[in-house]
Ligand binder design. Sequence first.
Ligand code: NAP
Length: 484
Amino acid sequence: MQLNQLKIFHEQAFIAGKWCDAQNQQSTAIINPATMQIIGHVPNMGKAEAEIAIQAAKQAYPEWKAKTAKERSIILKKWNDLLLEHLDELAFILTSEQGKPLSEAQGEIRYAASFVEWFAEEAKRTYGDVIPSPDSDAQIIVTKQPIGIVAAITPWNFPAAMITRKVAPALAAGCPCIVKPAPETPFTALAMLDLAIQAGVPAEIFSVITGDAIQIGDAFFESNDVRKLTFTGSTPVGKLLLEKSAKTMKKVSLELGGNAPFIIFNDANIDAAVEGALAAKFRNAGQTCVCVNRFLVQAGVYDQFIAKFKERIQKFSVGSGLEPIHDIGPLINKNAISKVKAHIQDAVEKGAKLIVGGKGHCLGELFFEPTLIIDVTTEMDVATQETFGPLAAIFKFEDEKQALEMANATEFGLASYCYTNDLGRAWRMSQQLEYGMVGINKGLISNEVSPFGGIKSSGLGREGSKYGIEDYMEIKYTMFGGLK
Ligand code: NAP
């Protein structure tokens, strides 16, 4: 497969219903992180183009909003079908710009499509209420209406799924949507948009704009027409965008960073815990917001778990995601590599032991060896900061109380995992872990039917599930009086 021969590979942005270059004619080169080769260019747009996209969305909004839920649902189902029909091409584009192994990219496209299918169905279930009235001559009705134009700002680690998780519920609810994808991974977004338009989404209703994040963001934040910001990315940027959204009082959803604990008790099935640990740590080379940052292992199974985990980590094959034999691709950029190195160095200087890996991989500057460090303690940086790379850090604990204290000692609250065969303990942990999501004896917990999201510094709102569409709707209460 060659990128420039794919019909869905676009080197222009799509705004106000047209494929366009930047007004200043400038473009940005996009690289394949596995080879460092340029794979294409995208327009370097700014505030002016974002304002054009907003105006077009404003004009097209009444017609989209007036469609029946079933009409919007049929279009979304068609989009889901097209995403699956183009699964191999989309996965190839995704791996070429993001680096993850092709099999993971295919999995991500299926996962991305599952949100489109799910919200095609949920579009028809945005029920309201009839509330018993306190006045005998009145009736109270609650209805839900689309919130208005949605601005979506997305990260590079899931270039497909982070978009459909936002755009599908927005479109289902009757909102127009403007997406600014991460600068590293615009081509997946543009390819998916092409398929949405082919499916029948009105062209002005869905734009993907590439370019300067601050300028494009400013157009969103200054506009009273943009009623909703949905952002996935880092916590510091999320906090900044929340502040900027206050000026025009936008509704805001934030899916931010994590610091996931993975707790293994003495009574756990250790083989199952190792399987869960591998998936929850090394998927996407450790670059997922729900990736484990801290393995907390009880003293009685500490050595056993480490021995089994180490054996499996040593078997990982590192290399270009486009070659099917590899399990772990490159990291996204040099900063990502520096952060992993810094966390290892800090931990080892403070007394942790390096068991596997620990350095850059000979394949190239963005490849890093899958790494295992043990005897990690709470004074080390990896205890409090998200590593976002292929580093597994193991802490030891003695009892349940200590495990819980360690797990909750973070400003983040996104995903957490716990392996135990004691039912009472499983329940206590599920209730007391201060996280938006808890996996008991499960290392992979993301799907379209469950509410994905965090508490504390991990964000606001939930994506997916029956709750996900609520963030794109406003509740309206009407009292009908004079009914006697
Ligand atoms: P990031 O640096 O926060 O960037 C995310 C997006 O925000 C990019 O498109 C970026 O564009 C844009 N952006 C940055 N500053 C902006 C500004 N001032 N105005 C408007 N847009 C701005 O995050 P990242 O490094 O791409 O992603 C990694 C982070 O995302 C991790 O912390 C991870 O945990 C988190 N994440 C969370 C979830 C979740 O669901 N909770 C899922 C995936 C990832 P530019 O790069 O052009 O600035």
